[in-house]
Design a protein around this ligand. Structure first.
Ligand code: BGC
Length: 438
């Protein structure tokens, strides 16, 4: 009984910690790009439609909530919708926003080529459109684009891959000057979804760094899969990346050779790739260097556990401010601030853009970039020591005594998102049981 009470008390304390962690934090940011966020709000009020692709990745939830908070603070109402990676759902949600009288649309597209008709309807109604992070293609009815320097993201991913493998001496290197410069090292390449314009920018940026080393034999892609069409991952789905990595391990590494590096463009894919490697017998000691993007909490934990090597931090709070300021400027009849008018040709026009700066994150600088900036609450990274651990096999948070034991970890009860654990009566009961299967 005492243990049960202790369990309840400790779990409640953790809830408070986690909730406090989620709400807290300064909004200081390491970005050195001055952001056009100081627009005076002459027009206030009215509905703004915000369309995000999915809630399956935490970044889009934060993006949506940040835009909503930003616009509401400026006196607007916000209709925030997530389309769960289903294109007809996103189109229907946008149509509904127009029907409700939205004055502007901020859209992160699932498939950047599938919104032409609904954007024509927006233009016919005089509703301006901001493409959010992902370029909307094949339409003249995209007014502005708020994003990061996406080519640079790819360069950074490849650079950190090479630093992690010891081929580069540092993130400033531009040729093989590290302790492992000679090679040959086995790498595999992974790209994002081909219906997302960003996937090409990330991959092209990365290949601008990796191709010369592939050509010179320092890097070897044993699968032979080097074209973006071969290495793409539909809808950025971690399970798809996991399946592909499993196939590659069987087809190209059955001779006992090891993968030394994986270029992964997104944390959710990195976790799938790690799951495939762990299932094939890799441990934290011999996992390859694996990159990522978005600084998701689960992947930062994976980095701290010595699995994933790096991620890319893109401060979505800043992006939300930029997109909101663009919408407000248009509604005020003024010109939104942009810093790029040449890069993003959507097939019909070059969309004026504002690009923010991305940053490489490793265990060496995560504290400064992610915690000190308030992007991630330290409690969210630390909660596992008491209440659970990240399990690469299931890619989920599991209670610490059940971690990775397949029959338990596969049970739906245990696959609740991490944020639910402190509040889960079942978890409290589980926590109060004696240690079992660690
Ligand atoms: C975004 C990335 C994200 C990916 C998957 C891309 O369009 O730029 O930050 O990792 O989509 O959601």
């Amino acid at each position: 009984m005492f243990k049960k009470l202790l369990g309840v008390a400790a779990a409640s304390a953790a809830s408070v910690l986690v909730l406090a962690g989620c709400a807290g934090g300064s909004t200081a940011t390491p970005t050195d790009t001055s952001t056009p966020t100081d627009s005076e709000t002459a027009v206030a009020g009215g509905l703004i439609g915000v369309s995000m692709p999915t809630q399956s990745s935490t970044r889009w939830i934060s993006d949506g909530e940040s835009i909503k908070a930003e616009m509401e603070a400026q006196g607007f109402e916000v209709d925030l919708q997530f389309a769960e990676d289903d294109i007809p759902t996103q189109v229907a949600q946008l149509e509904a926003m127009l029907t409700k009288g939205a004055k502007a649309l901020i859209i992160a597209a699932i498939d950047g080529t599938q919104l032409t008709d609904v954007l024509q309807a927006a233009a016919d109604a005089g509703v301006p459109v901001i493409a959010y992070d992902r370029l909307i293609r094949d339409s003249e009815n995209v007014d502005y684009y708020a994003t990061f320097d996406n080519f640079k993201v790819g360069v950074q991913q490849a650079t950190s891959l090479l630093v992690g493998m010891g081929v580069y001496a540092s993130e400033e290197s531009t040729s093989a000057d590290g302790p492992n410069a000679a090679g040959p090292w086995n790498i595999e390449l992974v790209a994002g979804s081909l219906d997302d314009n960003n996937a090409f920018f990330f991959f092209d940026g990365a290949m601008s760094v990796l191709q010369p080393l592939i050509d010179s034999g320092v890097l070897v892609v044993k699968s032979g899969q080097t074209a973006i069409e071969q290495v793409a991952t539909l809808r950025w789905d971690g399970a798809v990346a996991q399946d592909r990595m499993e196939d590659i391990l069987v087809s190209s590494y059955a001779d006992g050779s090891k993968v030394h590096g994986v270029l992964s463009p997104y944390d959710g894919l990195s976790r799938g790739i790690i799951a495939a490697l762990v299932d094939a017998g890799y441990t934290a000691d011999d996992l390859p260097t694996i990159t990522g993007q978005d600084a998701e909490v689960l992947s930062v934990k994976s980095m701290l556990a010595g699995e994933q090597y790096s991620t890319i931090f893109k401060d979505t709070r800043e992006l939300a401010k930029v997109a909101s300021a663009m919408a407000i400027a248009i509604l005020n009849g003024t010109e939104p601030e942009v810093n790029d008018t040449t890069t993003y040709d959507n097939g019909v026009k070059v969309v004026p853009s504002f690009l923010l700066t991305p940053y490489i994150v490793t265990v060496d600088n995560y504290q400064e970039l992610l915690i000190d900036s308030g992007y991630i609450a330290e409690a969210d990274l630390g909660a596992w020591t008491l209440f659970g651990a990240y399990c690469p096999r299931t890619q989920m948070e599991t209670p610490m005594w059940a971690t990775c034991w397949p029959p338990i970890a596969a049970t739906p009860w245990f696959r609740l998102p991490a944020a639910w654990w402190p509040l889960s009566a079942f978890r409290i009961w589980w926590w109060s049981k004696p240690p079992m299967l660690c």
